[in-house]
Design a protein around this ligand. Structure first.
Ligand code: GDP
Ligand code: MG
Length: 170
């Protein structure tokens, strides 16, 4: 069987913003009541069709100890085709830290890496818009999308948007 093109995607963001939950929602369509803190680095594979092409998405979930995670081996950044940068819509600090995550990405990832900013836990807020997230994403020239790993809202859309960005400048 022919090898499918593989897109490597990395989830980044502060501890507890919901990186593991987003990945489980995307890959298994599940939202477990308790998530195990991620130990080291794990990935899940999902097949998708992006712009009419069958592809394999390899989504890497990064470690629970986000302090360790900030110093993540550069190879993980370097190999990523796309990055899902997550913050928690109910946690202002996690939004403030987006800037330092972007610095890490700029320093370590391929300059052409596709990035989307994801505001998670949409189910906990009663707005359909989040101007702070949108304007921050605009300042980086990247898309912003609000999701909920809990309800599943926009999770697939977020990965599709990112995958299309990758496939487009390929
Ligand atoms: P990680 O440290 O970034 O991997 O975050 P986790 O996926 O472990 O999630 C941290 C906590 O937030 C857990 O208690 C999750 O159940 C919760 N959580 C994650 N996503 C959502 C969401 O979309 N809505 C709500 N209400 N809780 C969430
Ligand atoms: Mg985790």
């Amino acid at each position: 069987m022919e090898e499918l093109p593989t897109l490597k995607i990395l989830t980044l963001g502060d501890a507890s913003v919901g990186k593991t939950s987003i990945l489980l929602r995307f890959s298994e369509d599940e939202f477990p009541k308790t998530t195990m803190p991620t130990i080291g680095i794990e990935y899940k594979t999902k097949y998708a069709e992006i712009s009419g092409r069958a592809i394999k998405l390899q989504v890497w979930d990064t470690a629970g100890q986000e302090r360790y995670h900030r110093t993540l081996a550069s190879t993980f950044y370097r190999r990523a085709n796309g990055i899902v940068l997550v913050f928690d819509l109910t946690d202002k600090t996690s939004l403030e830290h987006v800037e330092s995550w972007m610095k890490q990405i700029r320093a370590k990832a391929d300059p052409k890496v596709a990035i989307i900013l994801v505001g998670n836990k949409m189910d906990l807020i009663d707005q359909n818009e989040f101007p702070e997230g949108k304007s921050l994403a605009d300042s980086y020239g990247i898309p912003f999308i609000m999701v909920s790993a809990k309800t599943g809202k926009n999770v697939v859309e977020a990965f599709n948007t990112l995958s299309e960005m990758i496939v487009m400048h390929d």
